[in-house]
Design a protein around this ligand. Structure first.
Ligand code: DX5
Ligand code: ZN
Length: 225
């Protein structure tokens, strides 16, 4: 694969009392993007963070801020997240009545546009977005919580999306989110994933954030040899 695999630590698993320090450590040890999970208690059964946290991350990091909107009616909040400093805004296909329109709105705010699907949603739900989305985010757990087990049954969907993008000669990236660690990352890389979101494997690694980053980087290097 010509494209360098990227690691996107999910701050949902970080220690919020030390968020700036934890982001700095992930960045120092090679984080490529920062993944920020936005949840509304409706689209998913959990609440997390809003635009204020994105603005706080913007103040302490220059990494691309990769905002994953697990909310209903995401169109109502695009401006606020773009204004807060999001670089990428990813909405869920299941939450969008007019996906192409929402992706256009994200682009017109100067952000890269992503679209995500839950584990049970077929790749066909992304069809209307294949020509426009910059990022296809495949969930490999039910969205809502970090620390869940990876669902390998989504891998054929990843491979099908990779084939569709290649056929279109698209430069869109495939991102995967949920249960990624040094054991599951190689399976996803093999299926054609470009960007690996990881929460627990980095921020809850028993030997610390640096060890978490190194273990994911090691898994990438081993697979690429
Ligand atoms: C879950 C979130 C994920 C989560 C991943 O809905 O979208 O980004 O933080 O956490 P891990 O890597 O622990 O599964
Ligand atoms: Zn996420």
């Amino acid at each position: 694969m010509a494209f360098k695999p990227l690691i996107a630590p999910s701050i949902l698993s970080a220690d919020f009392a030390h968020l700036a320090d934890q982001i700095a450590e992930a960045e120092q040890f090679g984080a490529d993007w920062l993944h920020i999970d936005v949840m509304d208690g409706h689209f998913v059964p959990n609440l997390s963070m809003g635009a204020q946290i994105v603005a706080a991350c913007r103040r302490v990091s220059e990494l691309p801020l990769d905002v994953h909107m697990m909310i209903e009616k995401p169109e109502n909040f695009l401006d606020a997240f773009a204004e807060a400093g999001a670089d990428h805004i990813t909405v869920h296909a299941e939450a969008c009545e007019d996906l192409p329109q929402i992706l256009d709105s994200i682009h017109s705010l100067g952000c890269k546009a992503g679209v995500s699907i839950k584990p049970a949603t077929p790749a066909a739900a992304l069809e209307s977005a294949l020509g426009t989305a910059d990022i296809l985010l495949v969930m490999s757990v039910e969205p809502g919580f970090s620390g869940q087990a990876f669902m390998p049954e989504v891998l054929p969907k990843v491979a099908a999306l990779r084939a569709s993008l290649d056929a279109l000669q698209s430069k869109a990236l495939i991102e995967i989110d949920g249960g990624i660690d040094a054991h599951t990352l190689p399976l996803a890389l093999q299926a054609g994933v470009n960007v690996f979101v990881a929460g627990s494997a980095i921020f809850k690694h028993p030997e610390g954030i640096a060890a978490g980053m190194e273990s994911l980087q090691g898994a990438i290097m081993e697979k690429q040899q």
